[in-house]
Design a protein around this ligand. Structure first.
Ligand code: ADP
Length: 151
């Protein structure tokens, strides 16, 4: 069984994330969308809310589950029997960063491969940090977040 983890902060989930997840579905039998919890950084939206929004967004997909984890992504993958990590690439800056993370992960655990999916052009500018900024200042974020949720 091909199991993948799609890790991230999802603070909050955007249409960009949802698009990557749905496009990755045919590649795997099961995908675990997982919020990596950072003890030193609490984030903008509470973890419970972020999990709820992920669950609502993907509630139509029985092969998708939603989790959170502390610690290293590769350790979480091992625990979940996942051999693949899904990451999205928007820009060359994403690529440079993601390359280092993926190469370090390969050094840590050689048999977990990172699979990169290119962002669709219409989602390249959709980032959680911009959505947070718009939300903080009272702007309408509806067009950036999945239709299944309201924030
Ligand atoms: P992290 O803090 O781990 O980068 P994010 O929630 O920001 O977590 O992103 C999770 C993953 O989704 C990352 O691989 C990121 O590159 C990807 N991603 C974020 N926004 C988009 C988007 N608009 N299109 C495609 N991939 C995206």
């Amino acid at each position: 069984m091909k199991i993948a983890v799609f890790p991230g902060s999802f603070d909050p989930i955007t249409r960009g994330h949802a698009s990557i997840l749905r496009r990755a579905l045919p590649l795997f039998d099961k995908i675990i969308v997982a919020i990596g919890v950072n003890a030193d950084k609490s984030g903008y939206f509470p973890i419970e809310k972020r999990l709820e929004w992920l669950n609502q967004t993907f509630s139509d997909l029985p092969q998708v589950s939603v989790e959170s984890y502390f610690g290293l992504t590769v350790d979480f993958c091992t625990k979940m029997n996942a051999s693949y990590i899904i990451r999205g690439l928007r820009t060359s800056a994403d690529f440079e960063f993601e390359r280092s993370v993926a190469q370090v992960n390969l050094k840590l655990v050689a048999d977990i491969e990172t699979v990169f999916m290119l962002a669709l052009p219409e989602y390249v500018m959709v980032t959680s940090s911009i959505v947070r900024e718009v939300h903080k200042h009272g702007g309408n974020i509806e067009q950036f977040i999945p239709e299944e949720i309201s924030i």
